[in-house]
Design a binder for this molecule. Structure first.
Ligand code: MG
Length: 248
Protein backbone atom coordinates (compact mmCIF):
# COMPACT_ATOMS: atom_id res chain seq x y z
CA UNK A 1 0.00 0.00 0.00
CA UNK A 2 1.26 3.46 -0.88
CA UNK A 3 0.38 5.99 1.82
CA UNK A 4 -2.15 8.66 0.87
CA UNK A 5 -1.22 11.91 2.58
CA UNK A 6 -3.94 14.11 4.06
CA UNK A 7 -4.16 17.77 3.03
CA UNK A 8 -2.42 18.73 6.25
CA UNK A 9 0.39 16.24 5.60
CA UNK A 10 0.73 17.47 2.03
CA UNK A 11 1.22 21.02 3.36
CA UNK A 12 4.10 19.73 5.48
CA UNK A 13 5.57 17.91 2.47
CA UNK A 14 5.44 21.20 0.53
CA UNK A 15 7.34 22.98 3.32
CA UNK A 16 10.06 20.30 3.34
CA UNK A 17 10.23 20.27 -0.45
CA UNK A 18 10.60 24.04 -0.63
CA UNK A 19 13.65 23.94 1.64
CA UNK A 20 15.27 21.25 -0.52
CA UNK A 21 14.58 23.21 -3.72
CA UNK A 22 15.99 26.42 -2.24
CA UNK A 23 19.09 24.61 -1.02
CA UNK A 24 19.78 23.16 -4.47
CA UNK A 25 19.38 26.57 -6.10
CA UNK A 26 21.71 28.09 -3.52
CA UNK A 27 24.41 25.43 -3.96
CA UNK A 28 24.47 25.83 -7.74
CA UNK A 29 26.22 29.19 -7.25
CA UNK A 30 29.14 27.46 -5.52
CA UNK A 31 29.76 24.76 -8.14
CA UNK A 32 33.17 25.83 -9.47
CA UNK A 33 36.57 24.26 -10.01
CA UNK A 34 38.56 24.27 -6.76
CA UNK A 35 35.78 23.91 -4.20
CA UNK A 36 35.86 20.70 -2.18
CA UNK A 37 32.84 18.49 -1.81
CA UNK A 38 33.21 18.88 1.97
CA UNK A 39 32.84 22.67 1.59
CA UNK A 40 29.75 22.15 -0.55
CA UNK A 41 28.37 19.83 2.12
CA UNK A 42 28.86 22.47 4.86
CA UNK A 43 27.04 25.10 2.81
CA UNK A 44 24.19 22.66 2.19
CA UNK A 45 23.93 21.77 5.85
CA UNK A 46 23.78 25.48 6.80
CA UNK A 47 21.11 26.17 4.16
CA UNK A 48 18.95 23.39 5.57
CA UNK A 49 19.47 24.26 9.24
CA UNK A 50 19.03 28.03 8.65
CA UNK A 51 15.53 27.18 7.42
CA UNK A 52 14.74 25.27 10.61
CA UNK A 53 15.07 21.81 9.08
CA UNK A 54 17.38 18.84 9.67
CA UNK A 55 19.44 17.19 6.89
CA UNK A 56 17.61 13.91 6.23
CA UNK A 57 20.69 12.04 5.06
CA UNK A 58 22.98 12.79 8.00
CA UNK A 59 23.40 9.53 9.93
CA UNK A 60 20.79 7.83 7.74
CA UNK A 61 21.93 4.20 8.02
CA UNK A 62 25.23 5.76 9.11
CA UNK A 63 25.72 8.12 6.12
CA UNK A 64 28.31 10.60 7.41
CA UNK A 65 27.20 13.88 5.74
CA UNK A 66 24.25 16.15 4.95
CA UNK A 67 24.42 15.66 1.19
CA UNK A 68 25.47 12.99 -1.30
CA UNK A 69 27.91 14.55 -3.76
CA UNK A 70 28.81 12.34 -6.71
CA UNK A 71 31.40 13.24 -9.34
CA UNK A 72 31.51 11.83 -12.91
CA UNK A 73 31.48 7.99 -12.69
CA UNK A 74 29.98 8.12 -9.19
CA UNK A 75 26.27 7.48 -9.75
CA UNK A 76 24.94 8.31 -6.28
CA UNK A 77 25.88 8.28 -2.58
CA UNK A 78 29.25 10.00 -2.98
CA UNK A 79 30.61 10.96 0.45
CA UNK A 80 31.81 14.58 0.76
CA UNK A 81 35.57 14.80 1.24
CA UNK A 82 38.60 17.03 0.66
CA UNK A 83 38.35 16.15 -3.06
CA UNK A 84 37.98 19.36 -5.08
CA UNK A 85 35.86 19.81 -8.19
CA UNK A 86 37.78 20.05 -11.44
CA UNK A 87 36.95 21.80 -14.69
CA UNK A 88 35.16 19.43 -17.04
CA UNK A 89 33.60 17.20 -14.39
CA UNK A 90 29.91 16.78 -13.70
CA UNK A 91 28.70 16.63 -10.11
CA UNK A 92 25.40 15.48 -8.73
CA UNK A 93 24.17 16.92 -5.46
CA UNK A 94 21.44 15.03 -3.61
CA UNK A 95 19.79 16.72 -0.65
CA UNK A 96 17.10 15.78 1.87
CA UNK A 97 15.46 17.94 4.53
CA UNK A 98 13.22 16.98 7.46
CA UNK A 99 10.89 19.55 8.99
CA UNK A 100 7.77 19.14 11.10
CA UNK A 101 7.95 15.36 10.71
CA UNK A 102 8.16 15.19 6.89
CA UNK A 103 10.98 14.77 4.38
CA UNK A 104 11.77 16.35 1.03
CA UNK A 105 14.37 14.82 -1.31
CA UNK A 106 15.83 16.05 -4.61
CA UNK A 107 18.99 15.98 -6.72
CA UNK A 108 20.55 17.89 -9.58
CA UNK A 109 23.61 17.29 -11.72
CA UNK A 110 25.73 20.35 -12.47
CA UNK A 111 28.59 20.91 -14.92
CA UNK A 112 31.85 22.14 -13.36
CA UNK A 113 33.13 24.96 -15.55
CA UNK A 114 33.32 23.98 -19.20
CA UNK A 115 32.33 20.37 -19.84
CA UNK A 116 32.11 18.22 -22.97
CA UNK A 117 29.04 18.18 -25.21
CA UNK A 118 28.55 14.51 -24.35
CA UNK A 119 28.39 15.21 -20.62
CA UNK A 120 26.04 18.16 -21.11
CA UNK A 121 23.76 15.95 -23.15
CA UNK A 122 23.79 13.27 -20.45
CA UNK A 123 22.74 15.86 -17.85
CA UNK A 124 19.99 17.20 -20.10
CA UNK A 125 18.59 13.81 -21.11
CA UNK A 126 18.56 12.68 -17.46
CA UNK A 127 16.52 15.77 -16.58
CA UNK A 128 14.21 15.08 -19.52
CA UNK A 129 13.77 11.50 -18.28
CA UNK A 130 12.29 12.87 -15.05
CA UNK A 131 9.83 15.04 -16.97
CA UNK A 132 8.90 12.17 -19.33
CA UNK A 133 8.09 10.16 -16.20
CA UNK A 134 6.18 12.97 -14.54
CA UNK A 135 3.94 13.41 -17.59
CA UNK A 136 2.54 9.97 -16.77
CA UNK A 137 1.88 10.67 -13.08
CA UNK A 138 -1.77 11.11 -12.13
CA UNK A 139 -4.46 9.36 -10.19
CA UNK A 140 -5.26 6.00 -11.78
CA UNK A 141 -1.97 5.64 -13.67
CA UNK A 142 0.18 2.60 -13.03
CA UNK A 143 3.67 3.07 -11.65
CA UNK A 144 5.04 1.05 -14.58
CA UNK A 145 3.78 3.77 -16.95
CA UNK A 146 6.10 6.24 -15.22
CA UNK A 147 9.05 3.83 -15.06
CA UNK A 148 8.76 2.77 -18.68
CA UNK A 149 8.57 6.39 -19.93
CA UNK A 150 11.84 7.13 -18.13
CA UNK A 151 13.55 3.99 -19.45
CA UNK A 152 12.45 4.52 -23.04
CA UNK A 153 13.73 8.08 -23.14
CA UNK A 154 17.13 7.16 -21.67
CA UNK A 155 17.59 4.12 -23.90
CA UNK A 156 16.54 6.05 -27.02
CA UNK A 157 19.78 7.99 -26.49
CA UNK A 158 21.79 4.81 -25.98
CA UNK A 159 22.21 5.37 -22.24
CA UNK A 160 22.17 2.77 -19.47
CA UNK A 161 19.40 2.87 -16.85
CA UNK A 162 20.64 1.91 -13.39
CA UNK A 163 18.70 -1.07 -11.99
CA UNK A 164 20.13 -1.46 -8.50
CA UNK A 165 19.04 1.98 -7.27
CA UNK A 166 15.48 3.24 -7.54
CA UNK A 167 13.21 6.08 -6.48
CA UNK A 168 10.83 5.67 -3.57
CA UNK A 169 7.77 6.77 -1.67
CA UNK A 170 8.50 9.55 0.82
CA UNK A 171 6.80 11.19 3.79
CA UNK A 172 7.36 10.70 7.50
CA UNK A 173 10.18 8.41 6.42
CA UNK A 174 12.80 9.29 3.83
CA UNK A 175 12.19 5.97 2.06
CA UNK A 176 8.67 4.57 2.06
CA UNK A 177 6.95 2.08 -0.22
CA UNK A 178 6.78 1.78 -3.14
CA UNK A 179 10.06 1.39 -5.02
CA UNK A 180 9.98 3.69 -8.06
CA UNK A 181 12.23 2.03 -10.66
CA UNK A 182 13.53 3.94 -13.66
CA UNK A 183 12.77 0.93 -15.85
CA UNK A 184 9.59 -1.08 -16.20
CA UNK A 185 6.60 -2.13 -18.21
CA UNK A 186 3.71 0.10 -19.17
CA UNK A 187 0.46 -0.94 -17.49
CA UNK A 188 2.18 -2.85 -14.67
CA UNK A 189 2.77 -2.02 -11.02
CA UNK A 190 0.66 -0.33 -8.36
CA UNK A 191 -2.10 2.13 -9.27
CA UNK A 192 -1.34 5.68 -8.17
CA UNK A 193 -3.76 7.59 -5.98
CA UNK A 194 -4.10 11.31 -5.34
CA UNK A 195 -2.07 12.11 -2.23
CA UNK A 196 0.69 9.56 -2.86
CA UNK A 197 4.11 11.19 -2.43
CA UNK A 198 7.02 9.92 -4.51
CA UNK A 199 10.69 10.75 -5.05
CA UNK A 200 11.24 10.12 -8.76
CA UNK A 201 14.94 10.00 -9.56
CA UNK A 202 16.40 8.86 -12.88
CA UNK A 203 20.02 7.69 -12.53
CA UNK A 204 21.31 7.45 -16.07
CA UNK A 205 24.71 6.21 -17.24
CA UNK A 206 26.50 7.20 -20.43
CA UNK A 207 27.63 3.58 -20.87
CA UNK A 208 26.73 0.35 -19.12
CA UNK A 209 23.81 0.34 -16.70
CA UNK A 210 25.90 -1.83 -14.35
CA UNK A 211 27.14 -0.29 -11.12
CA UNK A 212 29.20 -1.38 -8.13
CA UNK A 213 29.41 -0.21 -4.54
CA UNK A 214 32.81 0.75 -3.15
CA UNK A 215 33.71 -2.00 -0.67
CA UNK A 216 35.88 0.43 1.32
CA UNK A 217 33.14 2.84 2.34
CA UNK A 218 30.01 0.78 1.61
CA UNK A 219 28.31 3.81 -0.02
CA UNK A 220 29.96 5.18 -3.16
CA UNK A 221 28.09 3.77 -6.16
CA UNK A 222 30.10 3.85 -9.40
CA UNK A 223 29.48 2.82 -12.98
CA UNK A 224 31.27 -0.46 -13.74
CA UNK A 225 32.83 1.00 -16.89
CA UNK A 226 33.73 4.24 -15.04
CA UNK A 227 31.88 6.30 -17.66
CA UNK A 228 29.92 9.29 -16.33
CA UNK A 229 26.48 9.11 -14.77
CA UNK A 230 23.86 11.79 -14.05
CA UNK A 231 21.04 12.03 -11.50
CA UNK A 232 17.94 14.22 -11.38
CA UNK A 233 15.30 13.95 -8.67
CA UNK A 234 12.25 15.70 -7.30
CA UNK A 235 9.68 14.93 -4.64
CA UNK A 236 6.15 15.03 -6.06
CA UNK A 237 2.54 14.65 -4.93
CA UNK A 238 0.21 12.64 -7.16
CA UNK A 239 -2.90 14.65 -8.04
CA UNK A 240 -6.18 13.92 -9.84
CA UNK A 241 -4.86 15.26 -13.15
CA UNK A 242 -1.09 15.27 -12.77
CA UNK A 243 1.82 15.69 -10.42
CA UNK A 244 2.75 18.60 -8.20
CA UNK A 245 6.52 18.98 -7.97
CA UNK A 246 7.60 20.15 -4.51
CA UNK A 247 11.35 20.63 -4.88
CA UNK A 248 11.91 22.84 -7.92
MG1 MG B 1 15.75 9.83 -3.16
Amino acid sequence: MIAVKTEEEQEKMRAAGKIVGETLREIEKFIKPGISTMELNSIIESCIRDRGAIPSFKNYHGFPAAACISIDEVVVHGIPSLRVLKEGEIVSVDVGALIDGFHGDAARTFPVGKVSEQKLKLIEVTRECFFKGIERVKEGARLGDVSSAIQKHAESHGYGVVREMVGHGIGRKLHEPPDVPNYGVEGSGPVLKAGNCLAIEPMINMGTPRVSIDPNDGWTCRTRDLMPSAHYENTVIVGADGAEILTL
